[in-house]
Structure formats: structure tokens, C-alpha cells
Design a protein around this ligand. Structure first.
Ligand SMILES: Nc1ncnc2c1ncn2[C@@H]1O[C@H](COP(=O)(O)OP(=O)(O)O)[C@@H](O)[C@H]1O
Ligand SMILES: [Mg+2]
Length: 309
């Protein structure tokens, strides 16, 4: 749906905001561009949407060049910007209709009603925007972005500064959009967000795309699974038979945390329990833990700082 090839953006102050980014976005997926503040997320979105021009490289949306066929590519895209200058006295319905008009499309009352209804704003259709809550204003922005029936929706930090309730509503809504066949690209520095709703995740840092991976693969490939065993008495050293595992004793001297097997096989819980039961040390609790995307993200960023990735 979107093909980005060797895109570099150098701002006029000679700052490299994007360095040689290549990325393909598939039709119908939810893609999360994850990275810390200043990583270049908004810059990349702005290039794809044609708000700014890349310094080098090629971007195609549905096979049209974003520079040569700007009008065509822009018409396929809906953009919900990071900052929202929405302090209008205009009514919800008028502002959404107006956005559609900007794309040179005829009014379509039925479609617009559908969009506004699906965003749970229909009972506010005649209210002026200035009277709406922050969450409702955000939904108006999404309605505006959807007003011309785009195939692709960009959401730049859709839930920053939003309360938990609204964040969950946004996630549901994004999943519904995917169901309706829209390709969704969102940026976030909020890892839980990528973990919850994305199909694929791209990690961007200092203008470089460090990796792009299916969410499950990312967690399998970089994540650790641990078994934490809490013993009923103090353990001073790792018992012989457990030394095959990549394990260590935690601070409180009660738990033994076993990470992956040394030969990198997955942990076989049955084997671990067999070995432990033979040790004849009373066991109080056994639990397993898997790394979250947050652990993986922090690992990846810190490896980069050390220059290992
Ligand atoms: N118009 C501009 N001129 C110069 N530098 C800019 C401009 N816009 C953004 N930057 C810089 O580019 C970097 C990436 O910014 P941005 O794409 O907004 O990051 P993100 O959205 O990931 O937080 C930042 O260091 C920012 O200060
Ligand atoms: Mg940004």
C-alpha cells in the first residue's frame, strides 16, 4: 500500500531527521511506528502525506509517487495530526463536511453521518467544537480525516495526553477501522499502545529505522521467558543440576530466576520442575514471566547506545 525507499530528510539547518529509511506498509494492517520523542516519526508521516518533501528517496502510495502525483496520493490518505488547532465555533457536522469539500468531493450526507455516528458524535453534530471535551475534539479530528473516505489513515500520537478510558476507546476504534478495510499507521512513544493494537511494529530512533517486525515475532525473537521459583528456605548457591540453565539468584535469596536454556532452546517447564523436585528443597511458588514489548524496546535502545546494534 505504501512503499518507502531510501528516504532521507535533512532540515534546512542541516539536521538529518530521517536517514535512509526503507519500509513497506501492507494493505489492511495496523502498523505502529514506535520511537522516543524527536526520533523522526512526525517527519516520516509528513513526508508520506506530502506536507514536507523528502530530501532524497522515493515514496509511493498505492503505486503513485507522493511528489509527482501529490493530489492522487493525498486523496487516498486521511491524517490525524499530533497537534490540533481545533478551537472553532463551527459545528461538528459543518467542519467535517468542509474537510470533505477540500478534496473536491461532492457532499455525501449518508457517508458523513455514518462516520460521525461511528465516532459516537452524532448527538453533538450541531454543537460548536469549542464546547466539546478534549476526547470529543480528538474524535472530530478523526471524523475530518475520514471525511473523504481514505484508504489509509495516519494517526500521529493519537493517545498522547489522553486518559486511560479514552485511550481504550481509541484502540477499539482503530481496530474497527482496520475491520472496515482501512490501513492504519500510527506513531506512538507509548509502547503498550503498539503492543496492544499493532500487527507490525517499526522502531525508529534518531532518524534511523532500527527494525521492523511482526509483533509476535518481535516478542519471540527478542523476548525472554523466565521461570521464577520461590523456595521455602534460603538458597546460597545455584544447585548443580540447574546450572545448565541460564539462571541467577535474586536479591532476596528466595527466588531462582531461570532465563532461557544456555543452548537457547525454549524453557521446558516440565524438565525444570522434575529437576527442582529432586533437589528436595521446599518450593513455595513457581511462576513464569515473558518480556513485554517495553523490556524489548529498552534492550534494543540500550544495545544501540552501546553500539551493538
Ligand atoms: N522544521 C524543522 N527544522 C529543523 N528540525 C526539525 C524540524 N522539525 C523537526 N525537527 C527535528 O527533527 C527531529 C525529529 O522530529 P519529529 O519528526 O517531530 O520527531 P517525533 O515525531 O518522533 O517526536 C527532532 O529532533 C526535531 O527537533
Ligand atoms: Mg511527533
Amino acid at each position: 500500500m505504501i512503499s518507502i525507499k531510501n528516504v532521507t530528510k535533512v532540515y534546512s539547518n542541516n539536521f538529518y531527521a530521517l536517514s535512509n529509511i526503507s519500509l513497506d506498509i501492507k494493505r489492511g494492517e495496523i502498523f505502529a511506528l514506535l520511537g522516543p520523542n524527536g526520533a523522526g516519526k512526525t517527519t516520516l508521516i509528513s513526508c508520506i502525506c506530502g506536507l514536507i518533501k523528502q530530501t532524497k528517496g522515493l515514496i509511493k502510495v498505492s503505486n503513485f509517487d507522493t511528489l509527482k502525483d501529490y493530489r492522487k496520493t493525498r486523496s487516498l490518505i486521511g491524517l490525524v495530526p499530533q497537534e490540533f488547532p481545533l478551537d472553532s465555533y463551527e459545528s461538528v457536522l459543518n467542519t467535517v463536511n468542509f474537510s470533505r469539500g477540500l478534496f473536491g468531493l461532492k457532499p455525501d450526507d449518508k457517508y458523513i453521518k455514518n462516520v460521525i455516528q461511528s465516532l459516537k458524535l452524532w448527538d453533538k453534530k450541531n454543537s460548536s467544537i469549542i464546547t466539546l471535551s478534549g476526547g470529543m475534539k480528538r474524535r472530530v479530528l478523526i471524523a475530518k480525516a475520514l471525511s473523504h473516505n481514505p484508504k489509509i489513515l495516519f494517526l500521529d500520537e493519537p493517545t498522547s495526553g489522553v486518559d486511560i478510558q479514552l485511550r481504550k476507546e481509541m484502540w477499539d476504534m482503530i481496530l474497527q477501522l482496520k475491520q472496515s478495510g482501512v490501513t492504519v499507521i500510527l506513531t506512538t512513544h507509548y509502547i503498550k499502545e503498539a503492543e496492544t493494537i499493532a500487527d507490525r511494529i517499526g522502531i525508529i530512533d534518531k532518524g534511523e529505522l532500527i527494525l521492523v517486525e511482526n509483533k509476535e515475532n518481535l516478542i519471540n525473537k527478542f523476548g525472554n521467558k523466565s521461570i521464577i521459583i520461590e523456595f521455602g528456605k534460603k538458597i546460597y548457591e545455584i544447585p548443580d543440576k540447574i546450572k545448565d540453565f541460564d539462571c541467577f539468584i535474586t536479591n532476596d535469596n528466595l527466588c531462582l530466576v531461570i532465563k532461557k536454556l544456555k543452548n537457547n532452546q525454549d524453557i521446558n517447564i516440565t524438565n525444570v520442575i522434575k529437576i527442582i523436585s529432586k533437589l528436595k528443597i521446599p518450593v513455595i511458588d513457581i511462576k513464569t514471566e515473558e518480556s513485554s514489548l517495553e523490556d524489548i524496546f529498552l534492550d534494543i535502545i540500550s544495545e544501540r547506545v552501546k553500539g551493538e546494534l
